[in-house]
Design a protein around this ligand. Structure first.
Ligand code: CAA
Length: 257
């Protein structure tokens, strides 16, 4: 794995991954995406890690797929690359992913952000699906997840015109979770990641899975799935511990069992 375009470290129970291609505003090359999916899967399988924090730089979360990778590709070549299998790997990460977003979150960058679960954005962040300016459309969920997040009217406005949304607009439209002052975008996201990581590891994954079901399943089915996840948690030590700790008026000591 090329360690340069992704920097990563562990802080307590949080794995911090930083996209690191400053010269191209963190453009998401195929190589980077392959390594990112592999790294996320490694942390997803590591019992010590409860939450993944994914970050870009102050100037750019990611300005999209690497245009250089695609500029001369034919339709058949793009199909053969099967790049969306990598996105499927990221979609299947079970642990919560917190996004620390500053600067540009465009195209594939915005799509990657939408694969994350809690999105903390700097007040200077800019969002968009400007693929239309390149003569293409978004291909990693940008017409679908974006529409589900912001609604048809705004999605049409943004995707067809290529215009960018400010952090305030993105918050108002429901694309992101919170805006924070630009001096605190990373530390706030880390704080949020650590807070989530302090909860029961099984429960946070169950909550993530259940909320994501709301995007994909009809309500009657997702309610059945929610109930299954709810009942399953009563077979965990963390449920026993959480409720005993509440009665004893002390913080719970969750073990992820
Ligand atoms: N791919 C490759 N290189 C990129 C890039 C991208 N997506 N975005 C920026 N860069 C490069 C620029 O080419 C430039 O490189 P040079 O210094 O070698 O010229 C460098 O990053 C800095 O960019 P700018 O000089 O353009 O910086 P700016 O501040 O003037 O503009 C910007 C910033 C508005 C983000 C502009 O760079 C831009 O429009 N980038 C492209 C955004 C885009 O179209 N994203 C969608 C990509 S397609 C996609 O993502 C498909 C998909 O759904 C999977």
């Amino acid at each position: 794995m090329d360690e340069q375009h992704l920097l990563h470290e562990v802080d307590g129970n949080v794995a911090i991954i930083r996209i690191n291609r400053p010269k191209v505003l963190n453009a998401l090359s195929l190589h980077l995406m392959t390594d990112l999916a592999t790294l996320m899967e490694q942390y997803d399988g590591d019992d010590n890690i409860h939450v993944i924090l994914l970050s870009g730089s102050e100037r750019a979360w990611a300005a999209g797929a690497d245009i250089g990778d695609m500029a001369t590709a034919s339709s058949a070549e793009m199909l053969k690359r099967n790049q969306f299998a990598i996105w499927e790997q990221i979609k299947n990460i079970k642990k919560p992913i917190v996004a620390a977003v500053s600067g540009f979150a465009l195209g594939g960058g915005c799509e990657l952000m939408m694969h994350c679960d809690i999105i903390i954005a700097s007040e200077n962040a800019l969002f968009g699906q400007p693929e239309i300016n390149l003569g293409i459309i978004p291909g990693a969920g940008g017409t679908q997840r974006f529409t589900r997040a912001v609604g048809k009217a705004t999605s049409m406005d943004v995707v067809l015109s290529g215009r960018l949304l400010s952090a305030k607009e993105a918050l108002n439209f429901g694309l992101i979770s919170r805006i924070v002052p630009k001096e605190h975008w990373f530390e706030t996201a880390l704080m949020v990641a650590k807070l989530v990581a302090s909860k029961g590891p099984i429960a946070i994954c169950s909550a993530k899975a259940s909320i994501l079901n709301a995007e994909e399943l009809p309500l009657s089915e997702s309610l059945v799935e929610e109930r299954k996840l709810f009942y399953a948690l009563f077979d965990t030590n963390d449920q026993t511990e959480g409720m005993i700790a509440f009665a004893e008026k002390r913080p719970p000591n969750f073990t992820g069992t």
